[in-house]
Design a protein around this ligand. Structure first.
Ligand SMILES: Nc1ncnc2c1ncn2[C@@H]1O[C@H](COP(=O)(O)OP(=O)(O)OP(=O)(O)O)[C@@H](O)[C@H]1O
Length: 267
């Protein structure tokens, strides 16, 4: 049985879907982990076809939010709607791709064996393993055991596995960590190619300079959303020269608001 707050959140999420169906609508999301609140009543949307960056310092709750969108996180309150269905619905399984921070492929199998195995599980076309290996620049590594690949190459095998079946929404948790600048650029180019064909990408990073590569930004701090905007609008609103400065500006603004809330005077 839903309480009235949860019912209200679900209704608001449905209303979002009716106007301009976003790929993801989060309303009043609250998550508690290890007895401590980690996400505090988050409200946000991820527009369909966008490359949305989820940025914030380590431990601010990015992975927890992504897990909530995938539907593998127990939530305390709120509603998360993904491609028009409640997060985690069975019908979303082949429509959402998720790449966790740690590569999640079998190290004792080759790249090709991994991709063929996951393609079989997903019911993806037989031609998909070769296609996705090409997409991530591993077309010439199909016969190599994953255990003998570099860390960056292994991360790209995980990404390739998530591209099997051409999901409509890709959720990537820090996909560029530890990659050299050329690979990082190539991956961001790939993300934009995917978006150009209609895929929505939600990508977390704690590297603020990746923000300029996104069409939309979600800035998070300590389980709260500081901004949900385009990079250009964020810079215009804060008068900052780059996203890192904008983030610090917003952190300062919330600190002042908190002080004002506490004793009625802004210091
Ligand atoms: N299994 C867990 N049990 C208890 N607390 C947890 C658990 N997992 C995460 N947390 C806490 O939840 C908060 C948010 O963690 P989360 O992994 O979502 O952050 P993050 O922004 O993704 O960090 P990072 O960029 O370092 O990956 C942190 O304070 C973390 O310590």
């Amino acid at each position: 049985m839903m309480n009235s707050k949860a019912a209200k959140a679900a209704k608001a999420a449905q209303a979002d879907q009716a106007d301009h169906p976003p790929a993801v609508a989060v309303r009043g999301l609250r998550v508690v982990r290890g007895g401590r609140p980690v996400l505090h009543e988050l409200d946000l949307t991820v527009p369909a076809g966008s490359v949305t960056g989820l940025l914030g310092p380590s431990g601010c709750g990015k992975t927890t939010l992504l897990r909530s969108v995938v539907g593998v996180q127990r939530i305390s309150a709120g509603a998360v709607t993904v491609l028009g269905q409640p997060a985690g619905s069975t019908g979303l399984r082949s429509r959402v791709g998720y790449v966790t921070q740690a590569p999640s492929v079998y190290t004792d199998l080759t790249v090709g064996e991994n991709l063929r195995y996951f393609a079989e599980v997903l019911g993806a076309p037989r031609t998909d393993p070769a296609r996705v290996a090409e997409q991530v620049g591993l077309g010439d590594r199909l016969e190599q055991a994953v255990g003998s690949l570099s860390g960056g190459q292994r991360a790209r095998v995980s990404l390739a596995a998530a591209l099997l079946g051409a999901p409509e929404l890709l959720i990537l948790d820090e996909p560029t960590v530890g990659l050299d600048p050329v690979l990082r650029r190539d991956l961001w180019d790939l993300f934009h190619q995917l978006a150009a064909t209609g895929t929505t990408l939600l990508i977390s990073s704690h590297v603020m300079d990746e923000a300029t590569r996104c069409t939309r930004l979600l800035l998070m701090r300590e389980g709260r959303l500081l901004a949900d905007d385009t990079p250009a609008a964020l810079l215009a609103a804060t008068g900052a020269a780059d996203v890192e400065a904008a983030f610090l500006h917003l952190v300062g603004a919330t600190a002042l608001t908190a002080t004002a809330d506490n004793d009625g005077t802004a210091r």
